[in-house]
Design a protein around this ligand. Sequence first.
Ligand code: PLP
Length: 391
Amino acid sequence: MADKRVVYLDNNATTMVAPEVIDAMMPFFTEKYGNPSSMHTFGGEVGEYVEMARRQVAALLGALPEEILFTSCGTESDSTAVLSALRSYPEKRHIVTSKVEHPAIKSLVENLETFTGRRYRVSVLPVDRDGMIDLGEYERVLTDDTAIVSVMWANNETGNIYPVEEMAAIAKTRGILFHTDAVQAVGKVPINLAESAIDYLSLSGHKLHAPKGIGALYVRKKTPFVPFMAGGHQEGERRGGTENVASIIGLGKACELASVHIKEENTRVRAMRDRLEDGLLASIPQAMLNGSKENRLPNTTNISFEYVEGEAILLHMNLYNICASSGSACTSGSLEPSHVLRAMGVPFTAAHGSVRFSLSTYNSEEDIDYVLEKMPGIIETLRELSPFWKK
Ligand code: PLP
């Protein structure tokens, strides 16, 4: 190992749990371990803390506390929202989504199409070279049979931000429910659901410095809702299962911190991301940015280094303890570039060599200096080995 320091630039995969979040959670493993559903005061008091966390999550989103439902993760929130809409309107059989959704939505709608004997028809909106959706095309696919539109607020691979508030307003005029997977957006972009037409919004704790295994779903007041998990009376009969109390408290605290950090995300973190991106594009030939330069999250940059494999780059970065992600995934022995980059029409030679760097408020200028120092050598070494580069 060349160096012991770890430079963590993979915050869209998961984040460090904030020390303040850990401190807030600890009492719920030790002295406050009661079950919020218990009749006794010992458990009932814990329920009051759960309600405090609900208010903290609601405050970050500009929502009402009763519009927040705790779940186990972003994936569960996504499934709950889409299935709730479909069960609320059993006569409607059309779903609209986009080509760049996370597998939590992509696989769900594919399964709905396939495993229900084609009961549902899915329109998957294409994206342009920058990864953006054409709103005219969106309006054209909506029909009286559409039950739900599910489009992400921000993309996990490119950081692209989608005009979900505008899209929700259009859906509303047609009497169609609108869900957004905001797992990557919450804590990074300002969100005010009081002034939007969004019906359902998913978020996940581990993307904003809370633990893994906790999520939340916003369900607008008066939006129809059918539970995903039947069971006890928890969450106002909307989600059975004993609450993951400590993690709920952690999520509440993380949301409170996010409302403070969001400014820093958009100033200091954005400036570090831009310095990293500009530096890499300037020092490495045939490197290109994937996604919209303007319209994206402040912490994310996705760069393709032509004629090298993303996974090989990551392995070399790993030798220097630099953590990031690649846009290609090894599927059954063959390297398949990401469905997001393919949907954007990124050429194969570039899609294979893509790396996503995602920062957080815990990164420093030294981290960026270190990565800028190591990356040109890594790419040069790999290109020397590449027959395609030599050609
Ligand atoms: N949606 C998006 C956009 C994501 O990036 C992720 C996680 O990477 C998820 C959903 C799934 O969230 P979770 O890991 O909490 O299930």
